[in-house]
Design a protein around this ligand. Structure first.
Ligand code: COA
Length: 147
């Protein structure tokens, strides 16, 4: 397995990852069905922005994991905005390697904190991030308002 910086050629594969990620989150949160074309356009727009960085894991030439990190302006922090491993490759250290590569990338830019958001119903996420060294630092509370 290889970890690489993503290029424009990887946009379709990343978009597929994000659609599946969104479906996974939708099971938990509800919401609209994501569109693959819409997602690809969003990645295409972001991948050229200087504060947006995409990393992919490839196995036998196929994308098996992806992560998107966004640098915050004027600060020493970044956000791991999206992270996904394809189901066939989970629990094989794909995210561990992606995350390590991102941390190394941030270290070189003197960025000292990396944060992410995970919903409590996301069992894999709630298990993976603490195992990779993340600690809860704030609690966001949400109330559903019926119309
Ligand atoms: C969460 C996710 C990204 C983890 O990716 P992964 O490649 O399977 O993670 P790794 O194999 O690198 O796991 C690293 C460590 O996290 C922990 N971990 C990961 N998944 C776990 C699970 N399902 N149950 C328990 N522990 C888990 C383990 O400690 C693991 O190390 P180990 O296998 O040596 O014990 C993946 O399950 C996924 O894509 N899920 C769906 C999308 C998602 O939830 N994304 C995150 C949104 S916040």
């Amino acid at each position: 397995m290889k970890i690489e910086r993503a290029t424009k050629q990887d946009v379709p594969a990343i978009a597929e990852c994000w659609v599946d990620l969104r479906l996974h989150q939708r099971e938990q949160l509800g919401g609209q069905r994501p569109s693959l074309i819409g997602m690809a356009r969003q990645v295409e727009r972001n991948i050229v922005k200087p504060h947006c960085h995409y990393f992919i894991a490839k196995d036998s030439g196929n994308v098996v994991g992806a992560a998107f990190v966004r640098l915050r302006s004027g600060g020493r922090s970044a956000c791991l905005a999206r992270a996904y491993t394809v189901p066939s490759h989970r629990r094989k250290g794909v995210m561990r390697k992606l995350e390590q590569t991102i941390v190394e990338f941030l270290r070189k830019r003197r960025i000292t904190t990396l944060d992410l958001t995970v919903v409590p119903h996301n069992k894999e996420g709630m298990a993976a991030w603490p195992a990779l060294g993340y600690k809860p630092t704030k609690i966001v509370m949400t109330k559903q308002i019926s119309c």
